[in-house]
Write a new protein. Sequence first.
Length: 149
Amino acid sequence: MTSSVPDIRRYRAEDNAALTEIWHRASAISHGFLGAQTLLAHRQLVSEIYLPRAETWVAWLDGDPVGFLGLLDDFIGGLFIAPERQGQGIGQALLCHGLTLKGRLCLDVYAANEGAVRFYLRMGFVETARRKQDKEGLPFEEISMCLAR
């Protein structure tokens, strides 16, 4: 039987390979416009730097990791859900967990990632800024958003 409410716990080093794979599969869909080379370089950063150094929370269903939320104080460095598990409330559960911990959450999202933009707006996030280039100076528009409880 499949559970619909994920268990959420802190990241452990042994989660790294599974979460990196979730990140890569989800990013290939939502950030495909960045190109394969950029995603490959980012994959290494996710595995070696972002997952271990951020305050990372892992969502589990039926004994398997299905997504994660990476926080840098109240800033969401990443929210990624396994593609086959998207639309099942896992992202919402992770956001609620983060909001309970921090009281406020902010993030940057690529404007071209329309599904994520719609998701964050549905969750109550408000646009606070927009830039024509991302943080790496690449020509991909980014939107800054925040949510407070």
